[in-house]
Design a protein around this ligand. Structure first.
Ligand code: BJW
Length: 241
């Protein structure tokens, strides 16, 4: 690293499914990824949901059960340590699994929602958390108005939560260092966030065993699984600083 810990006052992290891979959560586009077994357009779009809500809920129920048995790994935990070290820190995640929060991260921005929350399709009340690994009745109902509930996640064709994307854009323009961990950088608008940081002069480090469309643009690429490489990178950076 050409900058020391002391020289960095503002740090941003962008994570994707790869950071949770070593916890046992399937990625979307990897070899064993979810999109290899299921067609995204049949499950992760509003159209799919309104065509067959029970099928879509069964898929989310299955994933909730799977994620419910997973624990944060060393990469999630290292981000908690990094957060404790920097006053100006923000962790922007595309993940819906809630593992950053379980690990103890505090300043989290969830771009694509959270699988443990649901919301009323009639929007009669704010979203609510339901951590039941298996839901009793599918599709579940809104406890206030009795209409159908949906997962509080962002599907293809849906707009990301305004505050989340604004916070992420502002942090990207302001940060001096950005860590991009475990994302294929294929899904917009999240994939463009590191480009904002690069345009603003930040140093960007990518942690991913595979190349991505970002790889040629970033300052450093670490081509290893994050649960091994992130703790090692962080320890080395502290020592070198
Ligand atoms: C490891 C590892 C280890 C493995 N360690 N790494 C501009 C151009 C073209 C299209 C669009 C555009 N703007 C918008 C679009 C349309 C669309 C889009 O981007 N499509 C592209 C696919 C072409 N975007 C949208 O629709 C978004 N909405 C939007 O922009 O609204 C305005 C608008 C709408 C329509 C038109 C124009 C504008 C919404 C996107 C919502 C994404 N939702 C999902 C599902 C969430 C709910 C759920 O979980 O069910 O979010 S899709 C899925 O992809 C999920 C993820 O968050 C997201 C990103 O995936 P991620 O995290 O990168 O995972 P993978 O699997 O792709 O990659 C894992 C990586 O980890 C790999 O690289 C591995 O190598 C690596 N890895 N092991 C480190 N141990």
């Amino acid at each position: 690293m050409n900058i020391s810990v002391q020289d960095v006052s503002s740090i941003m992290v962008l994570t994707g499914a790869g950071i949770s891979a070593e916890s046992g959560v399937p990625t979307f586009r990897g070899e064993d990824g979810l999109w290899r077994q299921y067609r995204a357009e049949e499950l992760a779009t509003p159209r799919a949901f309104y065509r067959d809500p029970k099928l879509v809920w069964e898929w989310y129920d299955w994933r909730r059960g799977l994620i419910g048995g997973c624990q944060p790994n060393q990469a999630h935990r290292t981000l908690v340590e990094i957060e404790a070290r920097f006053e100006d820190f923000v962790l922007v995640t595309q993940n819906v699994d809630g593992l950053h929060s379980l690990a103890g991260s505090r300043k989290i921005v969830e771009l694509h929602g959270n699988i443990w929350r649901m919301r009323c399709t009639q929007m009669c009340r704010p979203s609510w958390e339901d951590r039941s690994a298996v839901l009793r009745a599918l599709p579940p109902r809104c406890p206030s108005c009795g209409e159908m509930a949906r997962p509080d996640v962002v599907w293809f064709g849906e707009v990301l939560p305004g505050e989340a994307i604004e916070t992420a854009d502002t942090a990207a323009r302001r940060c001096q260092l950005m860590l991009v961990i475990g994302t294929s950088a294929l899904v917009q608008p999240a994939a463009s966030i590191p480009l904002l940081a690069l345009q603003s002069g930040a140093t960007v480090v990518e942690f991913n065993p595979q190349p991505t469309p970002l790889s040629d643009h970033v300052d450093i690429t670490v081509r290893e699984p994050a649960a091994e490489s992130l703790p090692r990178w962080w320890a080395r950076w502290l020592v070198e600083s």
